[in-house]
Design a protein around this ligand. Sequence first.
Ligand code: IPE
Ligand code: IPE
Ligand code: MG
Length: 242
Amino acid sequence: MAVAPESVPRHIAIVMDGNGRWASKRFLPRIAGHKQGVEVLKRTVRACVLRGVQVLTVFAFSSENWKRPADEVSGLMEILVVALSRELNQLKKEGVHLQFIGERESLSERVRNSLLEAERETADNRKLILNVCFNYGGRWDVVQAAQALAAAGLPITEESLARNLATAAVGDPDLIVRTGGEMRLSNFLLWQAAYSELYFSHVLWPEFDDAALDGAIQAYATRERRYGMTSQQLPGTSHTAT
Ligand code: IPE
Ligand code: IPE
Ligand code: MG
């Protein structure tokens, strides 16, 4: 079942969860699941471009993931740096504009430099914005926005705070997908999720294929986004699947 182009979410956000369980099921180290997760992210980026999604925001490392065993944390840092150097040319060819969202000071200089290089090299790309949330937490985001306003002596309002969030340039996600079966946000985009449609999939992230993505987009297309209004107040039927 195809979804009408106007019913495809402009901005999809994904909590890419389930890498560790995928690896454990195969008697592999957890890090093998994270590596497979990168492959699936590459495929998902391509699928989103083909479906006309404009912004893809993915949760790659949370503020709380530092609590994991040291070798898993360092493995995740290594995977990020290696994946960026390996995939940068392809991402450029595909027209992907990479942006990293999260607290950077706690990252090593090597990691920080590779993020900066990827952002610089893809800055002119216009097909899809790929926001990678790395060392990101929704609470951190709200606090850093409030601190920026306080430091500038500006009033804190819903509008001014939203303008200072790490995602200000891309707006709120229309659809938030979480793979791996858990039904929680785990500190992802707390403010921005206020009116996002939520979709929870049991599929582990390393197995999340185009059909699974289409399932999420189709579910989104059937939702009625009322924003507090009644059905009767809404214009047209822009979310009807065809
Ligand atoms: C998500 O997969 C990736 C990160 C949090 C970095 P997990 O590593 O959380 O996988 P599970 O939830 O343990 O299966
Ligand atoms: C959320 O997954 C973070 C990422 C996917 C990067 P977690 O696996 O860290 O979430 P919890 O701990 O199960 O809530
Ligand atoms: Mg997890």
